[in-house]
Design a protein around this ligand. Structure first.
Ligand SMILES: O=C(O)c1ccccc1NCC(=O)[C@H](O)[C@H](O)COP(=O)(O)O
Length: 361
């Protein structure tokens, strides 16, 4: 029997260690540390950097070397390290998130979070609610997004009251809510998530975050989240597998987001994924094209999804009843909508406008 995968000690070459640090594949502290890194080393015998490249992951977890600016000599000339400039907005968000999480983790280590989990509100069945809604209405279930601002559109709504918006969404037929928690780029917060649950909104809640560390899943649960987002463009397969496992242990749902064929194929090769989001927005360029949903659901991919009864969510750029019909015809059973609702004078009523009818009945 080959016991190597069970060994608790894994030695990386320095090149491997550098690429682990740069790409920052999840830093675990359990047996999984050994197993996942080991698995990575053994997968085709390649170092981590090559494995990520093989999976088409271009987003680096942190700058390759040193800080983006550094001081030189006694006069403190500041030099820009151009190699350390993020290649696109998604990479910039991830680099900032990485720093933010290391600080948060120091303040609230897992031992502290574990205690908080005992006081968290009970988990609601996010994917179950979407399935039930689709079966009941034969229309895509709505995940309505509580979103104040975004990097592509700036501030979407000045008079932003997350609790009133969440209540209005629920009253007007949303099945689930997506709550942005990133502060820097979306002006969201975990306080919003907590408050929405605390005031008695019953819709299951998706914590809309850039998850790059398993710690964030426990944190989201401690704040009342029922589901989290895993972005395939950012996370290697092993991270998705591991994080999806943590979700199911906590009773949560993982919404695994893809944007292109390659990401879809990667996610379909992972066992047990129940909910896949197809983002019509390219997070590197901000281009939005709803035909992306249709393209990714054509042919064999669509067949596999139907055979496995995977629920697909159409995400971003949905504004009209025609858009909803278009993605439904393509095969989605749920939609995730932010901008087109939040910009309405009455975001709750905006739901009837989006679907072309009142869906609260
Ligand atoms: O919305 C952005 O500008 C954005 C930029 C970088 C990363 C993620 C981003 N958005 C996340 C989402 O995909 C959307 O919030 C969500 O799908 C709703 O989209 P929309 O209905 O178009 O607001």
């Amino acid at each position: 029997m080959d016991n190597r995968r069970k060994s608790p000690v894994v030695r990386c070459t320095s090149a491997e260690k550098d690429s682990v640090d740069t790409y920052g594949a999840v830093a675990y502290t359990s047996d999984y540390v050994a197993n996942s890194r080991e698995a990575r080393e053994f997968e085709n015998g390649n170092p981590i950097g090559d494995i990520l490249e093989n999976q088409g992951i271009r987003i680096r977890r942190r700058p390759p070397t040193g800080p983006p600016m550094h001081a030189v000599g006694p006069f403190e000339f500041r030099l820009e390290n151009e190699g350390n400039t993020p290649r696109n907005i998604l990479e910039k968000i991830i680099w900032d998130k990485d720093k933010e999480i290391s600080q948060l983790k120091e303040r609230k280590p897992l031992s502290v979070l574990n205690k908080a989990l005992n006081h968290a509100p009970p988990v609601r069945d996010f994917v179950g609610a979407l399935r039930a809604s689709y079966q009941r209405t034969c229309m895509p279930a709505l995940i309505a997004e509580v979103k104040k601002a975004s990097p592509s559109r700036g501030v979407l709504r000045e008079d932003f009251d997350p609790i009133q918006i969440a209540k209005a969404y629920e009253r007007n037929g949303a099945t689930c809510l997506s709550v942005l928690t990133d502060e820097k780029y979306f002006q969201g917060s975990f306080e919003n998530l907590e408050a929405i649950r605390r005031v008695g909104v019953k819709c299951p809640l998706l914590c809309k975050e850039f998850i790059i560390d398993a710690w964030q899943i426990y944190y989201a649960r401690s704040k009342g989240a029922d589901a989290i987002l895993l972005i395939a463009a950012v996370l290697p397969d092993l991270d998705i597998k591991y994080m999806a496992k943590i979700c199911s242990k906590l009773g949560m749902t993982a919404l695994v987001e893809v944007h292109d064929e390659r990401e879809m194929d990667r996610v379909l090769s992972i066992d047990g994924i129940q909910l896949i989001g197809i983002n019509n927005r390219n997070l590197e360029t901000f281009e939005v094209d709803i035909s992306n949903t249709k393209n990714l659901l054509e042919g064999k991919r669509g067949d596999t999804i139907r055979q496995r009864d995977i629920m697909v969510v159409g995400e971003s750029g949905l504004f009209t009843p025609e858009d909803i019909s278009y993605v439904q015809d393509a095969g989605v059973k749920a939609v995730l909508v932010g901008e087109s609702l939040i910009k309405q004078e009455d975001p709750g009523r905006g739901i009837a406008g989006l679907f072309g009818k009142d869906i609260s009945v």
